[in-house]
Write a protein that binds this ligand. Structure first.
Ligand code: MEV
Length: 428
């Protein structure tokens, strides 16, 4: 059983952290080795994309304290921004006091789109597609026997009429496909390409585009957490719990009503979501596209999360968003560090991974809102940012913290100042 609470993790050396992680996750150092080496060989990379010349690394950190559906989970984050891992871990600790996170997912249904143009009678074509629905679903079902063996396959066909487009009316056919533990893009695109000639024969029209939709609104992940008011002041003892709670709710109200604020609010959610999506080798552009399209589904862009209080006055947060992630195929399969990440989380299905990711998004959102609603984002951000600036100025080992601390004290966090401080320290 994994224990996600590792006290003092931040203060350990890299080596000590790796040893603690292996112990807490019940894994051997070999199982965690891909995190140390970066995991991907140049040879594998050469087969992944074109014109490969090398590799590009990002830091991987561990999100602590998470309890998702009653299970402790250690969560790998891949991200370049300071405060993300610390913020999520801290909020997971507060959420733990209220029972941790509860998360659910819908069935892993993806949508494939086919654009049918040059149709003489739209209503007639629509009816004909429905008349042949079973035969079309059976044809789509055949494309991936392995997926079918694991319970996936074609589930439904929906026909939409687009009345006023710049090229006039056309039909869009949605193929609903259960992709089980895959992200699903390949299966869905293949199925759409297979159905296209059949649909053309049935309707007499021409199937133009055949591609999955990243607005994966049939594949939703949902998370909820309750934070006791007393926990909200941890680290901010000069504030009253109710003040912090109401401040978070007011911050959410801003995002719920104003797209300018909602974009930043949702960016904070994606700080956490993308970090785990990347760590597991998933397609973060697909997740980003789906999230923002979902946030605008009512016709106006809004917050993906909600914040309010329960009957006892506790803070309650929820997050709901599309989550098209897989644990088989694609980069997840090829990248040893992504595989090690999936294993570290003890995830056996894509749905379980989606549930963890949506909880991370909610924790990250709370971290940002709690800071914004109290002392502002900059204080916490700045000390971590200062370390990055010190690094950029050439500081190494214990000089990083010393240079950073001096810049924070002076409120002058610039590479030029870090260079000066470094020079002064080197003289001593
Ligand atoms: C920064 O990466 C994310 C925040 O701007 C999110 C927010 O404003 O809610 C702090």
């Amino acid at each position: 059983m994994t224990n996600s609470r590792i006290s003092g993790f931040y203060n350990l050396t890299l080596e000590e952290r790796r040893a603690k992680l292996a112990e807490a996750a019940n894994q051997t150092p070999e199982e965690l080795l891909p995190f140390t080496t970066g995991g991907l060989s140049a040879e594998s990379a050469d087969h992944m994309i074109e014109n490969v010349i090398g590799m590009f690394s990002l830091p991987m950190g561990i999100g602590l304290n998470f309890m998702v559906n009653g299970r402790d989970v250690l969560i790998p984050f891949v991200v370049e921004e300071p405060s993300v891992v610390a913020g999520a871990s801290f909020m997971a600790k507060l959420a733990r006091a209220g029972g941790g996170f509860t998360a659910t997912t819908t069935e892993p249904l993806m949508i494939g789109q086919m654009q049918l143009i040059n149709v003489i009678n739209m209503n007639e074509a629509r009816m004909k597609i429905y008349e042949h629905k079973e035969e079309l679903l059976a044809a789509a079902d055949e494309i991936d026997p392995i997926l079918k063996k694991f319970g996936g396959g074609a589930r439904d066909l929906e026909v939409r009429m687009i009345d006023n487009s710049p090229i006039g009316p056309f039909i869009v056919i949605h193929l609903i496909y259960d992709v089980r533990d895959a992200m699903g893009a390949n299966a869905v695109n293949t199925a759409c390409e297979k159905l296209a000639p059949l649909i053309e024969a049935i309707t007499g029209g021409k199937v133009h585009l055949r591609i999955l939709s990243n607005l994966a609104d049939r594949r939703i992940a949902r998370a909820r957490c309750t934070i006791p008011v007393s926990e909200l002041t941890v680290g901010f003892e000069s504030f009253k719990g109710e003040t912090v709670r109401d401040g978070i709710i007011a911050a959410w109200a801003f995002a719920a009503t104003d797209p300018y604020r909602a974009a930043t609010h949702n960016k904070g959610i994606m700080n956490g979501v993308d970090s785990v999506v990347i760590a597991t080798g998933n397609d973060w552009r697909a997740i980003e596209a789906g999230a923002h399209a979902y946030a605008a589904r009512a016709g106006r862009y809004t917050s993906l999360s909600t914040w309010g209080k329960d009957k006892d006055g506790n803070l309650v947060g929820t997050l709901e968003m599309p989550m098209a992630v897989g644990i088989v195929g694609g980069a997840t399969k090829v990248h040893p560090a992504a595989q090690a990440a999936v294993k570290l989380m003890g995830v056996k299905t894509a749905s379980e991974l989606a549930e963890i990711i949506v909880c991370v998004g909610l924790a990250q959102n709370m971290a940002a809102l709690r800071a914004l609603a109290t002392e502002g984002i900059q204080r916490g951000h700045m000390s971590l940012h200062a370390r990055q600036v010190a690094l950029a100025a050439g500081a190494t080992s214990d000089m990083i913290d010393k240079v950073a601390a001096q810049m924070v004290a002076e409120k002058a966090i610039r590479v030029s100042r870090a260079e000066e401080i470094l020079k002064e320290m080197e003289k001593i």
